[in-house]
Ligand binder design. Sequence first.
Ligand code: SF4
Ligand code: SF4
Length: 429
Amino acid sequence: MRVKAQVAMVMHLDKCIGCHTCSVTCKNMWTNRPGMEYIWFNNVETRPGAGYPKQWENTDRFKGGWVYKDGKLKLRAGGPVTKLAQIFYNPNMAKIDDFYEPWTYDYDHLIHSPKSDHIPVARPRSMITGKPIDKPRWSSNWDDDLAGGSETTALDPNMENLQNHITGEYEKTFMMYLPRICEHCLNPSCVASCPTGALYKRDEDGIVLVDHEACRGWRFCMNGCPYHKVYYNWNTHKAEKCNFCYPRTEAGLPTICSETCVGRIRYIGVLLYDADKVKEAASAPDPKALYESQLSVFLDPFDPEVIEEAHKAGITDAWVKAAQDSPVYKMAMKWKIALPLHPEYRTLPMVWYVPPLSPIMNHLENEDELSTDGYIPAIDQMRIPMEYLASLLAAGDTAVIRKVLLKMAAMRVHMRAKTVGGVDELNKS
Ligand code: SF4
Ligand code: SF4
C-alpha cells in the first residue's frame, strides 16, 4: 500500500442556481491578465448544451484522456509517437473559435460620440487583431439557460430535448447546470501528454500544476485533457489551468469558487488513496465498471493500518484528521451519492457530482407511494432523463444514477416529514 493524500471537491448539482458567481470571482483572481481573456478556469454550463469549448465532449479532435486497448492503457492524444510526428505543430489543438475571440468595446466611441438621434452603439473589437468584429459567436456561457434550444446546440446529441423545443412541447424540456473546473485527476492525461514535463501532480495534495519555466507552449496538454481544462495564454505562450487556489488552500482557506458560491453547492475535502492501485483502477476493460474501480482506490481514513502507512508516507495527523472529517469522503465513498464526471475518460477525476433530483414532474399523492419494496415511483417521473445523467456521470449506466437518486429522494421525504410534518400535512395545506 502506498498511501497518498488528495484534495477533492463535491458539487451538489441540485443546489446550483447558475449565477456564475464562481466563474467571475475565479476570473478576477486568476485569469484577468492579458492573454487570458477567453480563459475560464471555472465555467458553468447549461445542460443539455454545447459547453465550453464548443462541443468539447462531441468533437473527435478534442478527444483526450485514455483508451484501454490490447490490455493496455494508452493516451488518446500526445505521447511519444505523436510527440515526434508533431514536434513542430499540433494540428488537433482547439482553435480560438472553439472558445471565443477575446473582444472589448470601443469605449472611446461610446463615450465621445457626437450627439445624434440614436444611442451610439459600441462595436466589439478583437483584442487580437484590434479590428471590429461583427458579433461574438461563442463564449463560456453562450447557450445560458437555453437548454438545447439555441441554434448552436442543434448539434447536441440529446435530440429528444431539441425535438421538444421544435414541437413547442416546452413542458417536456429539461435543463440543469454543470459547473466545471480542472478535475485534478489521479491519472492525469494532461501530465502524461506534456513533452517537456511541465505539467505535474503535486505529491503532497495531488493538485495538478504547470511549471511555467518548463512550459514550451506545445499545447499537447490541451488535447491530452479530455475535459478541455488546460488553456493557452496567447500573451505569454504558456499553458494555464486551475490550480485549486493552492495559495489559499495552503493557508487553510477554501478555493475562491467555493467560498463565493451562492448556492453553497461546493464541498472541499481530503481523500486518502492507494497510489499503487491507480493504474489498475483506470484499466477496467468495461467503461461501466470504471466508477466502481475508481472507488476501490480509496482508503478508509479510520483504519489503523491505513493511518500507520499514511504516517510512514509522511502524511501528518492534521491531514489524516482532514480525511476523516472530509465531506467528500462521506458523499463519494460512504454514502455513494457523488459520482465522477465522465469516468470513461479513465483519468480518475477528483471533482464529484451529486446528480440533480429535481424537478419531479408529479407530486406524491400519499405516503404509500413513497416506498414499495424499496422503490420510489416518483424518481421515474423526473424531468431530467436518467439516461442523460448516466451519459454524464456513469458511463451510460442508469442503474448507478437510479441508486443515487433513490437515496436522495428518500432523504428528501425524510427531511420533509421531519420539518413540515410529512406528505399528508402538505396535501392538507
Ligand atoms: Fe489534467 Fe485537469 Fe484535465 Fe485532469 S481535468 S487531465 S488534471 S487538466
Ligand atoms: Fe452554481 Fe455556485 Fe457557481 Fe452560482 S456560484 S453558478 S450556485 S456553482
